[in-house]
Design a protein around this ligand. Structure first.
Ligand code: SF4
Length: 440
């Protein structure tokens, strides 16, 4: 009987990509994937410790799995990802029914570990942060029906921003050789993928450390020549590493979409310095000016942290004024979250939970207004959409993304999946746009 696995994923696109890679590895080894946790012989929980809510949700799920294990003693339960890396063996103490604890750099060994657990019924943990970065496993058919895909090009980070745990749980920055990235991209295109998003903790420092060629703009130029690759995106970028050469590519590349996610984190230069971000508010605003000068229709999204230690009301108002000045298309904002080992723990003047929540609510409320007005500005425009399939809400609508990464829904009964179509935008909402097909 085919052994079935079920993966539950929390956190960012890196985790989603890791879960996809894990699925492909396991399918290649003869396992089957199931959407039902009750039918699974193996349950893997891919965790995030960067965001408080994601960590809490993952730990709650792991706790609930004890009932399933009591009913099915042969069930294998594994915790992977950033919580696994951070908590390590402590997870076995907290959840004694766990079989596997696997750090994010160790997922390519999953099959060997599962065999060992089955044969010897022993618990296994693997938390090596110095492992080589392994490319996306190939698996014919797995991507069937999909038109977009992530492609990991680097992992880890050397920046040690004072609030961030990533360098401790994902390790030091490591880049996948360009030849392998290009090979993976070509493979994805042969599988029907039309849009690739290159991912990594700081993609624009790709290959910089190794002094190898090409660096990130060079890699984008090589990928730009792949026939059949309609669209290229990347995330996440660090403002201090955003070069003029990369900015220029937004005007000069055939496939690079006019969207950049450029995390700012605070509008106060004092807080940016405490965060160890390596740029000032003015330098960030200047990057935005240069991006918009190069590509006036570029969509810009960002991340912001509120309640960082020492953030006064004035610093917070600097963040509010920054979002009014830049007018981000969207903003992902979070309360500062204390994690073990981060530098910010040494800073005085911690902000209380209630005040953090107050600031977050004000910031999110302001940004909602900005996002809505930016989406409404698109009413009457014609946007190129890559059709991804039927809209979630159904109703005879198709869905896809505009070049600026906004979700666009439009009525159509035709089978247009994977096609680039032009849609006239009739209505801008908070999270999406609604339009009508102009032509194919
Ligand atoms: S650049 Fe800063 S915020 Fe981003 S992953 Fe590295 S340490 Fe974390």
């Amino acid at each position: 009987m085919t052994q079935l696995f079920h993966i539950r994923t929390f956190g960012c696109q890196m985790n989603k990509h890791d879960s996809t890679s894990l699925s492909q590895i396991l399918i290649n080894e003869g396992y089957g994937q199931t959407e039902s946790i009750d039918d699974a012989h193996i349950v893997l929980v891919n965790t995030c410790t960067v965001r408080q809510k994601a960590e809490e949700k993952a730990l709650t799920l792991i706790g609930r799995l004890s009932h399933l294990k009591a009913k099915k003693p042969d069930l294998i339960i594994g915790v992977i990802g950033c919580v696994a890396q951070q908590s390590g063996m402590d997870l076995f103490t907290r959840f004694p029914y766990l079989d596997l604890v696997l750090g994010p750099r160790n997922i390519h060994h999953v099959n060997r570990f599962l065999s060992q657990i089955k044969e010897q019924r022993e618990r296994i943990s693997s938390l090596d942060l110095a492992c080589e970065l392994t490319p996306f496993p190939k698996c014919n058919g797995y991507l069937k029906g999909r038109v977009t895909s992530f492609l990991k090009i680097m992992e880890g980070c050397d920046n040690f921003c004072a609030y961030c745990i990533v360098p401790f749980v994902r390790g030091r920055e490591t880049s996948l050789p360009a030849a392998r990235v290009i090979d993976q991209a070509r493979y994805l295109v042969t599988q029907g993928i039309k849009e690739i998003t290159l991912i990594g903790q700081n993609v624009n420092s790709y290959n910089v450390k190794n002094r190898a060629l090409p660096t990130f703009p060079g890699l984008l130029k090589e990928l730009d020549t792949i026939a059949g690759l309609e669209r290229l995106r990347f995330t996440t970028s660090h403002p201090k590493d955003l070069s003029g050469e990369l900015i220029d590519l937004f005007a000069g590349s055939k496939s690079l979409c006019p969207h950049i996610h450029l995390p700012v984190q605070s509008g106060s230069t004092k807080i940016l310095r405490l965060m160890n971000r390596g740029y000032t508010r003015d330098q960030y605003v200047d990057l935005i000016r240069r991006l918009r000068k190069t590509r006036p229709d570029i969509a810009i999204t960002s991340d912001m942290v509120v309640g960082f230690p020492g953030e006064t009301q004035e610093d917070f108002e600097d963040s509010l004024s920054l979002i009014e000045e830049v007018k981000f298309d969207n903003l992902f904002s979070f309360k500062y979250y204390e994690r073990p080992g981060i530098k910010a723990l040494q800073l005085p003047e911690a902000i209380g939970e209630k005040e953090k929540q107050r600031r977050l609510s004000i910031l999110q409320d302001r940004q909602r207004g900005i996002t809505l007005s930016k989406n409404r500005l698109l009413e009457g425009t014609i946007q190129e959409i890559l059709v991804e399939g039927p809209a979630k809400r159904g109703g005879g609508q198709l869905t896809g993304r505009a070049l600026g990464n906004k979700v666009v829904n439009f009525p159509s009964r035709a089978d247009l999946k994977g096609r680039l179509v032009r849609v006239k935008i009739d209505k801008g909402f908070q999270n999406s746009l609604l339009g009508e097909l102009v032509d194919r």
